[in-house]
Design a protein around this ligand. Structure first.
Ligand code: DQA
Length: 138
């Protein structure tokens, strides 16, 4: 079975409570249960941290053995050269995802340091962005 890890960055632990008009009213934990039911053919794992270095440690930890990483780095998307370097340093392909359409929001969200290091990006489909990213590993 292919192993895929979903990594969520800062503030995404508050999904369901945080700006529900932008990010929806479902917690990621409950959505993750739906994903596991939808994709019995994959071994799905989930990791969340608000700490940039811990996200990098996790990318290093799985990045030579897992089949894919689905990464929503939250606001680190727009600031983190270190996460971009971590993505370039590993072998596992990384798909960048965003719940909201970052291009329809504030200008500072239009640039991603990560996109050029990732295999592909899925942006703006709400939580469904994660499902669409997983589909690409079929
Ligand atoms: C986000 C978009 C980012 O700009 C923001 O900082 C987030 C969430 C999204 O999934 O839409 O935390 O990555």
């Amino acid at each position: 079975m292919k192993k895929l890890l979903i990594i969520n960055g800062p503030n995404l632990n508050l999904l369901g409570k945080r700006e529900p008009d932008v990010y929806g009213s479902l917690t990621f934990e409950s959505y993750f249960e739906t994903l596991k039911t939808t994709f019995p053919e994959f071994e799905l794992f989930y990791y969340q941290s608000n700490v940039e270095g811990l996200l990098i440690d996790k990318i290093h930890e799985v990045g030579f053995s897992y089949d894919g990483i689905i990464l929503n780095a939250g606001a680190y998307t727009h600031t983190s050269i270190a996460i971009a370097d971590a993505i370039r340093a590993i072998k596992t392909p990384v798909i960048e995802v965003h719940i909201s359409n970052v291009h329809a929001r504030e200008e500072f969200r239009h640039h991603s340091y990560l996109s050029a290091a990732c295999k592909a990006c899925v942006v703006g489909f709400g939580l469904d962005s994660y499902r669409l990213a997983i589909e690409s590993f079929k």
